[in-house]
Write a protein that binds this ligand. Sequence first.
Ligand code: ATP
Ligand code: MG
Length: 424
Amino acid sequence: MSEFAKPRGTADILPEQAAEWRAIEDAARQLFETYHYREIRTPIFEHTEVFQRGVGDTTDIVQKEMYTFLDRGERSLTLRPEGTAGVVRAFVEEKLYGEMNTQKFYYLGPMFRYEKPQAGRYRQFHQYGVEVIGSSDPRVDAEVIGLGDHLLRQMGVKSFSLLLNSVGCPVCRARHREQLLAYLQPVRSELCKDCQSRFDKNPLRILDCKIDRDHPVVASAPKITDALCEDCARQFSQVQTYLDEMGISYEIDKTMVRGLDYYTQTAFEFVEGSIGAVSTILAGGRYNGLIQMLGGPDLPGIGFAGGVERLILARAAHGATQVGQDRVDVFVLALGEIATKPAARLLHELRSVGIKADSDYSGRKVKAQLKVADRLGARYVVLLGEDEVAAGQVAVRNLATREQVTIEQSELVSYLSEQVSLRF
Ligand code: ATP
Ligand code: MG
């Protein structure tokens, strides 16, 4: 074992894997742009209060999972555990609400949570996500959910379930809370330690507790979905109407309440069955009230976030092949000391026009170098021996057809530019 090891719950993404990561990130960006969402990049750390306020004091994230530290100026900072609070903080601080009625953002990047690492759960992980601020129209809910559905399909996750619920607004939540507390009071002492403290602070979360949700009394507790006020009930049914119209199937799951304090109305999760214990690959919901809570105007919002690591696990479970075979177009092979200088120049010239090229720097024999060329998947080998150097020429071998031509060095770039169609 080496003396230095990476921190628990983090990963090195090696070049082979990075190709798949990049393909996923590129495809996600392109898809978000197709829906006319615009990228926003916010800091990796924020003032701790941003998350205390924006994620909520009673959540697992704030209570147990944040990487919080004092900087040298004694300010309390926190590595971002999720993306929404930072985006909304930026939206308010930069006064983006002046620009347009509805703003649509997306982001990609690392998040940090102090969790118990396991497959699909890490301390540094990566999310892609979207936020739409400024509209409470149920068409927006359906658009955001539809975008999540589209993304997962496009990424090669062929089957998953979409769970849908409404967690209401402060009006219906207050009413439901009374019912729930009365109902749970007799079994209060049987609940887990976390739920005992949730009892007063955020009893809705008890329904979603991984330990207590199977408790018979908790399982049959009154559901917020059955206690919605008129506005929330209408919103919920309209979201379903639009999803039906778009041909997106879903299941209503009245026990799904999501982890964050600020969710209102629509809540949803995309769940994939074959990747084990942590099967939620993408989740989101509406957060009317959050923008105001972070000091902005009273505007509604909705968004989702998905985990890249869990997406990669799901892709593998669905047989999505790894992308981005690492290969070069051209391998420049210098034979002998005398060839090294012109070879270095030609390599540079090829790369300057965007031809992906590499070379061997160890001065090995032809055979060994040709093996390297083969391993790199080169389509052409440019050979420079003593004779070629003396004549100012190069030999160009097509590795697929085995054909070889000898041309002037000065013609190499234009010759290969024609042969190699550039890949993007
Ligand atoms: P879980 O119930 O699995 O802890 P969560 O409700 O905390 O999930 P969200 O905060 O909704 O998760 O984050 C959205 C998505 O980000 C999740 O569906 C998952 O794909 C991913 N995710 C969350 N936490 C982690 C983690 N620690 N490691 C890897 N991916 C994660
Ligand atoms: Mg979690």
